[in-house]
Write a protein that binds this ligand. Sequence first.
Ligand code: PGA
Length: 252
Amino acid sequence: MPRPKFIAGNWKMSTNHTAAKELAAAVAKGVGSDSTVQVAVCPPFPWLASVAEVLKGSPVALGGQNCHFETEGAFTGETSPAMLVDAGCRYVIVGHSERRHGMGETDALFNKKAKAALAAKLKVIFCVGELLAEREANATETVLDTQLVAGLAGLTAEQLANVVVAYEPVWAIGTGKVASTQQAQDAHAFIRSKIASLFGEKAASELLIQYGGSVKPDNAAALLHQPDVDGALVGGASLKADQFLAIVAAAK
Ligand code: PGA
């Protein structure tokens, strides 16, 4: 069975309350009832419940950008997977490079978050990707290997069915420097082979692997038609409904 395409928008720390609702409404309108491509948006936490309201009846799913690994308690400033579910989320992004490299979070922490999110019945968009220096040192596959082994440690093949891997070369995020289609395909093929060795061929052949890093309407189609590229995690271009919808259309 061919894998479906999955396009997710990561709004990061952008938008305000009104803009978030308008953006969600425009995305929902553009997608309509068409579910040939899976679509999700990941707004900032304060707008989740309002955006969930806007997306009611739409196939566009809601996701959180991060979560804590505990269910509740004295964790000031944190949000649990159960809270995300309660706010209407079906997805959560775990392991984004802006948390790895910007906030000092580790593979071990991402592993705990992924497990907690899956236990709460969220689907996890698990991000991996190398720094520019790592690519230049020919260490891309070693880095991806480490991030996958440590980040997905202890998961079962059944749990992996609720994981999407996002390959996001850090040097391509927000820089306008997109990976070439060959670089993306090579990294995705490596990720799929690594998942096969960890979780088996079936899990690997069903795994959705998104590419992320400066995906725009003009480069989306070429990336999305690589054999192992099953979608995109879109930052900047997800903040403009027309651009995001053009990327969704390019996935068809
Ligand atoms: P970008 O961000 O599309 O703005 O490069 C992608 C991401 O960080 O997920």
